[in-house]
Ligand binder design. Structure first.
Ligand SMILES: Nc1nc2c(c(=O)[nH]1)N[C@H]1C(S)=C(S)[C@@H](COP(=O)(O)O)O[C@H]1N2
Ligand SMILES: [Mo]
Length: 344
């Protein structure tokens, strides 16, 4: 079992760790217990962010410059695309996340759209790349930076509310989470939210970087390769924890549910292996980009082993599948979760 007061290390160098289950009970995950994902060691950052490429005015910003812009605060749930990779069979390569590479934080920063507007993207721009200061040898390349892209249209859209964030839960960003500033892309798997942001470039052709075209793509057995984008709908069971022993009684099951596509419309639970799904209580979203709370009263009278599954459906009608949709690199596993508890 994980310890409630610290992260569970998945890999020490570079540091990758998932949240303890109990830290996911609160609407906002404490910063020290927010999952951490990095492909390279935490880099030195010179404090400068350069905006360039196909723009009318390229310029450099510092933390003070960003702080002088209008402040925007957003609560955003981030999930690693590799979350629940351990549930895929056969097991894909990659960090062996169970289901806790998921957390929610209050992020403060400047709107990316405002920064980009100041640079004046060229009319033939199609994409924007975001480069982190972190780098290292990777996948047959001697030295490569972590870099990702978004379409220019998405990056410029003020309603997408993409942040260049410099605060997390009211404190300056710490090193693990991308100090001095990072991207936060609501609704998307965490990979889009580039940490230790160093360069933003407007491009006139699609970005072909390693982390865009080779990793963080769904390699389906039977369909063309697709990039990882929006978080898929998912309900997570937080309490009781899988495998615990309980006295006979009535228990409130608590969980979270989220989808990058939009709000969750319903969470259903099933207490047997049959398809007898029944509705859980679902709280309305407290904001557009954060998980929703759900609960269900579970009467556990008879001694023995009892199972519970939970399944989310989002407002667009996307439902969690019963089985993981297997892909070679093990991304986007949003299969229905199962727990069992013992009653004695
Ligand atoms: N520069 C940089 N940014 C990055 C990464 C990285 O390796 N380097 N990893 C990404 C991935 S895969 C995820 S899931 C999120 C995790 O953010 P967190 O560590 O703040 O939870 O950061 C993203 N941003
Ligand atoms: Mo990730």
């Amino acid at each position: 079992m994980d310890s409630p007061n610290r992260l569970t290390t998945i890999r020490a160098e570079p540091f990758n760790a998932e949240a303890p289950l109990t830290a996911l009970e609160a609407p906002i995950t404490p910063t020290s217990l927010h999952f951490v994902r990095g492909n390279f060691a935490v880099p030195e950052h010179d404090g400068r962010l350069t905006i360039g490429g196909a723009v009318a005015n390229s310029f450099t910003l510092t933390l003070d410059d960003l702080c002088a812009m209008p402040r925007k605060e957003l609560v955003v749930t981030l999930e690693c695309a590799g979350n629940a990779r351990l549930g895929q069979m056969p097991l894909p390569v990659g960090e062996p996340w169970t289901g806790n590479a998921i957390s929610t934080a209050r992020w403060t920063g400047a709107l990316l759209s405002e920064v980009l507007e100041r640079a004046g993207p060229s009319a033939d721009g199609v994409a924007v790349s975001f480069e982190g200061a972190d780098h290292g040898p990777y996948h047959e390349q001697a030295d490569t930076h972590f870099a990702r892209s978004l379409s220019l249209e998405h990056a410029l859209d003020p309603t997408a509310e993409i942040l260049i964030a410099y605060e997390m839960n009211g404190e300056p960003l710490n090193a693990d989470h991308g100090a001095p500033f990072r991207l936060v892309v609501p609704r998307w798997y965490g990979v889009a939210s580039v940490k230790w942001l160093a360069r933003i470039d407007v491009l006139t052709a699609p970005f072909e970087g390693m982390f865009q075209t080779v990793k963080y793509v769904y390699e389906w057995p039977d369909r063309p390769v697709e990039p990882v984008t929006l978080m898929r709908p998912r309900a997570k069971i937080i309490a009781p924890a899988h495998g615990v022993t309980l006295r006979p009684g009535s228990y409130t099951v608590r969980g979270k549910a989220w989808s990058g596509t939009g709000p969750i419309a319903n969470v259903d639970v099933c207490l047997t292996g049959e398809g007898d799904w029944r509705a859980a209580e679902l709280e309305p979203p407290a904001g557009p980009y954060q998980w929703q709370e759900w609960s269900f009263v579970w009467d556990l009278c008879d001694p023995g082993r009892h199972t519970l599954r939970a399944r989310a459906t989002d407002a667009a009608g996307n439902v969690q599948p019963e089985l993981p949709s297997w892909n070679r690199l093990g991304y986007g596993n949003n299969a229905v979760e199962l727990i069992f508890v013992h009653v004695q």
